[in-house]
Structure formats: structure tokens, C-alpha cells
Design a protein around this ligand. Structure first.
Ligand SMILES: NC(=O)c1ccc[n+]([C@@H]2O[C@H](COP(=O)([O-])OP(=O)(O)OC[C@H]3O[C@@H](n4cnc5c(N)ncnc54)[C@H](OP(=O)(O)O)[C@@H]3O)[C@@H](O)[C@H]2O)c1
Length: 338
């Protein structure tokens, strides 16, 4: 199961990255393929009014974040509970065996825990997944709030149905990729818990004492890479929030609801799509916090970069075509580079 999930996720990310990379090659034979891939990725202002085939309203972006919040919250709560019940003393490995044995002995449902590797690295990786899922939760909650309260989507703004399905896939696969090392074990843990509840009933379930200290302290003590990653994540998070607020404020007047205006302020001073740049920064924070050793998280990151660079390049061309007075010093997405 473990191999299948990790292999499946990696294959899915590669399948998402490859078409974008091929479409970006500067050869004449890739030009029509580039048009096809871009057609799927276009939305809102960069989608021509004429290309309305197989499209959905752009405000359906909100669906992504409803899925993301529900799914990430589920993964976070179950993974955190799993970490707390099975490896509570992550930083005191000698205590772990005793506690795991107690759990396994106290309830035969938990006996599968005995078979677990007690390696420090495994325990550490579970708590690291909780840490990553916490950061993801902070991101998707804010994005849900913004799609409802900050952005003023034009009624006529559309996105391609392939883009819509890609978005739903993304917000299912991204949180799962952050915990794919332990997701199969968490899945068994949840199934076993549910089975025990059904067989024994609520009154016969082993009582669970809740210790907030042990619930949170392993996260605080994870290591410096996690805190550097979190700092990078929040740097991108704060700038994305500011840039989204700027975009949302451009159409504050009712008569402006169908208008496009040149945005100014924050990272808009340097690039045309600073909210995409901020997204790349915050995913690079997740990558650093993950320790950079997990190929699945690397592939997730590469997908985010490829996807957003493609959209940012088209957005930049659109601004240059639309506004004669567009600031010429602005680049598309990567400061001083592109
Ligand atoms: N992780 C990923 O792979 C991924 C993929 C896609 C998006 N995202 C994130 O989702 C967020 C939103 O992305 P998006 O593609 O929807 O952003 P967007 O196309 O820039 O649109 C955001 C909102 O701002 C409005 N807007 C944009 N430029 C405007 C202008 N010049 N004047 C007036 N209004 C303007 C848009 O209106 P219209 O609807 O009329 O265009 C829309 O309501 C971004 O931060 C991005 O990073 C992440």
C-alpha cells in the first residue's frame, strides 16, 4: 500500500509536470502543443472571451479550497492523533518502545503497532508530516477566506474544465504528498479505531488521556530546518495575502467590477504576478521544512513552479498588450531573472 501510494503520487506529479515542460521548449514543433497546454491553464483575464468551450466560472476556484480545507483538516487531525498515540515521545526514543508496547498490549486492535519500525527517523518523519500539514492548513484556510471575501470575480470570468479538474487533483494530492510516508499507517490506525468503536461501543473504548504538552512539544522540538522552512513559508504567505488584498481592492467600486487596472504596491513593484511568486516562496518553505529528502515533495514543488511560471508568462504578455503605460521594469514572476 505504502509503495503504491507514493508511486502513484509521484507518477501523477510527473504526468502534470511533463506536458508543461515539453510545451515550454523553444522549438517550432512544440508551438501548437504550447497553445494546447496554455488553453487548459488559462483563466480570468488571460482567457479570451471567444474561447468559452468546455469552461466553468472562475469563481469555482472556491471549490478547490473547500476540498482543500476538508481534506487537509482530516489528514492533519488523523496524522496528529496517530503521532500522539503511537510515537508520543518522539524525541525520547528509549521511552517509545515502552509506550508502544503498552498501547499494543492494552488493546489487540493496536497490535499492528508492534510491527512498526521504532527507528528515530520514522518517528521524526511522522511529526514532521504533522508540521507540514499544519502549515498547509494555514494556507488553505486563508485561500478559502480570500475566494469568498477578498476577490471580486467577474461574472464572465471563466476557466477551462481541465484546469478545474487539475485544481481539484492538486488540492487532493498536495496535502497527501506532505504525509505520504505515514499515510498508509494513519489509514490503518483510523480503520482500526473505527472497527474497535463499532465492536466495543463508546462505553468500552479505552479512555484516552489528553496531554496538551505531549501533543504539541514534539512539533516545537523538531529541528532548525523546520523553523527555517516555516519562516520562508510565512514570508511568502504574508506577501501573498498582501498581493491578494491589492488585487481584491482594484474593483472596490461597483462600476469597476468588469474592469482591469494596473496593480501597484508590495511585490507588484517588481513582477506582474507577485501572488504566484509568493506561492512559489511558500511551497519552497514547505520543501525546506520537509528536509528536502522526499522526492514526492520535490515533484509537488516542481509542479507548482512549472504551472505558475506558465500562467505568469501569459499574464505578463497580457499586461504588456493591454496597457501602453505598463511599467517596463516589471518582470513576469522571478525578480531580476524572468
Ligand atoms: N499552487 C498552484 O499550482 C496554483 C495554481 C493556480 C493558482 N494558485 C494560486 O491561487 C491564487 C489566485 O490565482 P488566480 O490565477 O485566480 O489569480 P488571478 O488570475 O490573478 O486572479 C485573482 C483575482 O484578481 C482579479 N484580477 C487579477 N488581475 C487583475 C487586474 N489587473 N485588475 C483587476 N482585477 C484583477 C481576477 O479577476 P478576473 O477573474 O476577472 O481575472 C480575480 O478575481 C494565486 O495566489 C495563485 O498563486 C496556485
Amino acid at each position: 500500500m505504502e509503495l503504491d501510494l507514493v508511486g502513484l503520487l509521484r507518477a501523477a506529479w510527473v504526468a502534470g509536470i511533463l506536458p508543461i515542460l515539453i510545451a515550454s521548449l523553444p522549438f517550432s514543433w512544440t508551438a501548437s502543443f504550447h497553445g494546447l497546454v496554455l488553453g487548459f491553464a488559462k483563466r480570468g483575464k488571460i482567457m479570451q472571451a471567444s474561447s468559452k468551450k468546455f469552461t466553468l466560472p472562475q469563481k469555482f476556484f472556491g471549490h478547490f479550497y473547500v476540498v482543500a480545507v476538508v481534506w487537509t483538516t482530516f489528514l492533519l487531525v488523523t496524522t496528529w492523533l496517530y503521532a500522539y498515540r503511537t510515537v508520543p515521545m518522539v524525541l525520547k526514543p528509549f521511552h517509545y518502545t515502552t509506550i508502544a508496547n503498552q498501547l499494543a498490549g492494552g488493546s489487540h486492535i493496536f497490535s499492528w503497532l508492534k510491527s512498526h519500525s521504532t527507528s528515530v527517523e520514522y518517528k521524526y518523519s511522522i511529526w514532521r508530516s504533522v508540521f507540514l500539514l499544519l502549515l498547509m492548513e494555514v494556507q488553505v484556510l486563508r485561500r478559502l477566506y480570500e475566494t469568498i471575501y477578498v476577490f471580486n470575480y467577474r461574472c464572465s470570468a471563466q476557466m477551462h474544465i481541465v484546469g478545474y479538474l487539475t485544481g481539484l487533483f492538486f488540492y487532493t494530492a498536495a496535502p497527501l504528498s506532505l504525509c505520504c510516508n505515514c499515510a498508509p499507517d494513519v489509514y490503518k490506525f483510523v480503520l482500526n479505531g473505527v472497527a474497535e468503536f463499532i465492536v466495543k461501543g463508546k462505553s468500552h473504548m479505552p479512555s484516552m488521556e489528553f496531554d496538551w504538552w505531549e501533543f504539541t512539544i514534539p512539533l516545537v522540538k523538531l529541528g532548525w530546518l523546520q523553523w527555517i522552512g516555516a519562516a520562508i513559508f510565512f514570508w511568502g504567505w504574508i506577501h501573498q495575502q498582501r498581493c491578494h488584498a491589492i488585487l481584491g481592492s482594484l474593483r472596490e467600486r461597483r462600476d469597476q467590477v468588469d474592469e482591469y487596472i494596473i496593480p501597484h504596491g508590495d511585490w507588484f513593484r517588481i513582477v506582474s504576478s507577485p501572488h504566484y511568486l509568493a506561492e512559489i516562496v511558500l511551497y519552497s518553505g514547505l520543501l525546506v521544512a520537509s528536509g528536502g529528502t522526499d522526492l514526492t515533495i520535490w515533484l509537488l514543488f516542481i509542479f507548482v513552479v512549472a504551472n505558475l511560471v506558465l500562467a505568469a508568462a501569459e499574464t505578463h504578455r497580457w499586461y504588456l498588450r493591454k496597457f501602453e503605460n505598463y511599467p517596463r521594469n516589471r518582470l513576469a514572476i522571478i525578480p531580476f531573472v524572468y
